[in-house]
Design a protein. Structure first.
Length: 266
């Protein structure tokens, strides 16, 4: 299979040396024998969407929002105390997401999914850009900003209302809220279980733009590695995963992933 041939190539392969200041490559071992449809996982974090101009949570706390603490804008306690302000904050963030476009990293990931039918995409992004780039069904560990759920009974609340003149409510009478994971909340159990199972079954694991510091998501590539997966890290900077990964590509995802696709085509 092409992915195995590419991963087996020497580190000096020209397609990954066109922009050495953006993509440094370190390979520690060779991949396992290829299957017709290798089971793989691609796990990526929020930093990839920063390349689309979407501010990270911390970066977004500027201007009007600079005076708020994170827990005032993204926690059950903050929502309980001032739901209207929390709704305004997320409406502002959602507008930023809707105005953004998928970047080369999003499009490259969607193309990888098409070429590797056994690939499972796990994302910590809530912006929906993966779906807009063509990824059919990412596992969203932190939820989806464009969906709602009930603050009281946690029932699915559907899509956002057309206006927020009055705060939306569930049929049970509880307030609706964005269907994202807040500070102090657990990751959605079913999604995390599916992500963990995919990692344990993976033969090939891509870790893209993750800090490898925040658990339980940070455990996914390590668990895959212990089960024999070939682990590829794509990140601008080294992380705790780097010394365990079989292949490290240090550079922005929007630069490295398209080069990876080009190498697959060679």
């Amino acid at each position: 299979m092409r992915w195995a041939r590419w991963l087996s190539r020497p580190v000096s392969h020209s397609s990954l040396q066109q922009e050495p200041e953006h993509a440094r490559c370190y390979c520690r071992s060779r991949p396992p024998p290829a299957r017709r449809r290798p089971r793989g996982v691609l796990h990526r974090r929020r930093g990839v969407s920063a390349e689309s101009g979407i501010p990270t949570f911390r970066d977004a706390q500027t201007g009007l929002w600079a005076r708020y603490r994170p827990e005032e804008l993204a926690s059950p306690e903050g929502f309980r105390a001032d739901p209207r302000t929390v709704w305004a904050w997320y409406a502002w963030r959602r507008e930023k997401c809707l105005a953004a476009e998928p970047n080369p990293a999003h499009r490259a990931i969607a193309e990888l999914e098409r070429r590797l039918p056994g690939l499972t995409l796990i994302t910590q992004n809530v912006d929906g850009l993966h779906q807009r780039a063509g990824s059919p069904a990412p596992l969203e560990l932190h939820g989806n900003l464009h969906r709602l759920k009930c603050f009281r009974c946690e029932a699915d609340g559907g899509d956002w209302p057309e206006n927020l003149d009055s705060l939306p409510h569930c049929a049970c009478g509880g307030l609706l809220r964005p269907a994202v994971v807040w500070f102090g909340e657990n990751l959605p159990g079913e999604v995390l279980a599916r992500a963990s199972e995919a990692g344990l079954q993976a033969e090939l694991f891509f870790s893209v733009g993750t800090s490898s510091l925040v658990y339980p998501a940070a455990e996914l590539p390590f668990s895959a590695k212990r089960r024999g997966a070939f682990v590829v890290e794509i990140n601008p900077q080294p992380t705790p995963l780097s010394r365990h990964a079989d292949l490290c590509l240090h550079g922005p995802a929007g630069s490295v992933l398209p080069q990876l696709l080009a190498a697959l085509e060679d």
